[in-house]
Write a protein that binds this ligand. Sequence first.
Ligand code: AHR
Length: 504
Amino acid sequence: MKKFANMIIDKDFRISRIDKRIYGSFIEHLGRAVYTGIYQPGHPAADENGFRKDVMQLVKELNVPIIRYPGGNFVSSFVWEDSVGPVEQRPKRLELAWRSLETNEIGMNEFAKWTKAVDSEIMMAINLGTRGVADACNLLEYCNHPSGTKYSDLRISHGVKDPLGIKTWCLGNEMDGPWQLGAKTPEEYGRLAQETAKAMKLIDPTIELVSCGSSNTGMPTFPQWEATTLEHTYDYVDFVSLHQYFGNPDNDTEDFLALSMEMDHFIKTVIATCDFVKAKKRGKKDINLSFDEWNVWFHSNAGDNDTMKNRPWQQAPALLEDRYTFEDALLVGLMLITLIKHSDRVRMACLAQLVNVIAPIMTEKDGGAWTQTIYYPYLHASRYGRGIALQPVLNSSKHDTKGYTDVTDVESVAVWNEEAEELTIFAVNRDLKDDIVLTCDIGSFAGYDVVEHLVLECDDLKATNSADAQRVAPKCQSGTTVDGRTVTASLHKASWNVIRLAKR
Ligand code: AHR
């Protein structure tokens, strides 16, 4: 059967103005994310604070609007008081989530300084695994209260006069997961999160709170977890979290590239559950979605289990250092398209993570920083995906995979930057054999013409990048045209495409 993709994009088919925070990311005290990742005093690229300038430069290019911190599973044994004050007095700790040694050399204030230096802001997670309401309140008072109280004055005594002003707070992490320290039943978590949220909003009513959702769609308690916990937290929180990682352990690329449909199903189910709770409570507000961990993660699993089991308590061991393939970048692109398509309710999202740990940016301890395959779709979406998300009317040929039926060969979404008069079409051809011609009616965008067509493609689906070679990097494709009201582009087999148009 002939493969095809026809599309209509119209200024009136608005999904939403995208909240830039959907291009967020995540730094956890895990592996080499912090130590020898963002921070390495003595490295030739380190600044006066020990932060690696080569890493900062790559982060800045991504224009990351918000960064989740300090975990992740790490947060469930995080004692924030250990991470502030004179560095030489900070205790070393057994870090239980990743069975590593935490030196606390980098803590709250250092991370806030780094975040500012990369023009971002913090999404702070609190420990609701092994700690509770009082500790959350103390931390919030330390971070956000101006002065004149025990914890705000403690911050000032640590040399940080101005409040950190952290607006976004996650109420724990993956509290449904048996692997989580202090994991809870939905009832236990719902009550604890409700009481914590209530107290935190008394301290600072301007903050936004994220209630913990399911760790992934495979959790046995999904989606009852969301229904039960939100019944407790609905009045106090603004977001519910979603986490999802995908892998291709069976080497079935067609099935792997269909997994964005699972993400779509996850988002739709959580929206439905939030709206059910709203209706039940006769509520007025929508609970929005914070997809605050998403990525491909599987390459490093076996090695990591071995390290944690047999060589525990190392400082900054190499953990979760997935080497991403070209096909991983395609799925990351598909996941970004899915997030943009749901940008009316997904108002925050974090690519997990940012540096060295399942990351777009890698560092060599004794060398430079370099970019993985997945860096590029993330860069393109963050750079060109700001503005109004437009719902395309897409008619694409389809195929079935082992786990999914009616998988479109082409997946796409468009973003209109009204002010700059720019229109960007993001499209993935996930067919592995054939190029497909995309024709797109852009009749409501009279006078728009092609600026460039960026493409990420590679003959080898398993190609990876390294410190020495960028085998997978974007290039410009010629031949994309606008004729009257129709854009015509060849979407090469297995490719990520960014078709940039602007008013001439
Ligand atoms: O991002 C790695 C880990 O994945 C996080 O610590 C945890 O929240 C999730 O399971």
